[in-house]
Design a protein around this ligand. Structure first.
Ligand code: SF4
Ligand code: SF4
Length: 210
């Protein structure tokens, strides 16, 4: 049984409870009074760019619209600007809830696979944790070539003047392709990450088990 099926079964007809128990800061959702200030203040919701802005997502959670909430791209649009948190009359930690729902959808395997923020987050994490330092050249190439080789070349050509400028300014080194900067204590970095993974695994297993 998949994690998603198990959770849908466990919280049948009570999506709000599922969000409260499984999503970081999810227990705040019930405090929303649907004033719409967050949605109206969100700079990334310009011209209604979000499929479901925060206030609407909170309404949908309470209405039990599980599939729609967990598969939408909406919460992935949040840039953590904190405008909504500052203005919410009920002081909901909206930013954190947005990231919490996104993380939960990802954990259940329901997040839209090629959503750019989700894709970039994964790419960045793998890149940064390999040596403890970001290899900017490989990170950019991973992003440019995400839609295939031909599109990658086109993206590279479109950005060549920017890349040349960065190379001239000493901000991009083509030799990074063959290795690049590393943190000095590689073993220490990996030990720290393994410990963090272990803590996270234990925390998530406890949440899943209830
Ligand atoms: S500003 Fe706060 S209370 Fe108003 S809709 Fe948004 S989350 Fe709900
Ligand atoms: S923190 Fe996220 S949801 Fe809140 S206003 Fe900024 S972009 Fe919008």
């Amino acid at each position: 049984m998949s994690a998603n099926t198990a959770m849908a079964e466990r919280y049948r007809n009570n999506f709000l409870k599922e969000i409260e128990e499984q999503v970081e800061m999810g227990d705040w959702v019930k405090m929303c009074m649907q004033c719409g200030v967050c949605s109206g203040s969100c700079p990334t919701n310009f011209q209604s760019a979000w499929e479901h802005p925060p206030q609407e997502l909170f309404m949908m959670i309470r209405a039990g619209r599980r599939e729609e909430v967990l598969t939408t791209t909406s919460m992935w649009n949040c840039t953590s600007c904190y405008n909504c948190i500052v203005r919410c009359p009920r002081k909901l930690p909206i930013t954190h809830i947005m990231h919490g729902i996104a993380e939960y959808a990802h954990r259940l395997g329901m997040a839209p696979k090629m959503q750019p923020t989700r894709f970039f987050s994964g790419l960045f994490w793998k890149n940064a944790t390999k040596t403890g330092r970001v290899n900017e050249l490989k990170l950019s190439m991973g992003l440019y070539f995400k839609d295939g080789f031909v599109q990658g070349i086109k993206n590279g050509m479109a950005m060549q003047s920017v890349a040349l400028g960065l190379v001239k300014a000493g901000r991009l080194n083509v030799m990074e392709l063959f290795g690049g900067h590393k943190c000095r204590d590689q073993k220490g970095i990996q030990a720290m990450l393994n410990k963090a993974y272990e803590i996270e695994r234990t925390r998530k297993a406890a949440k899943m088990a209830g």
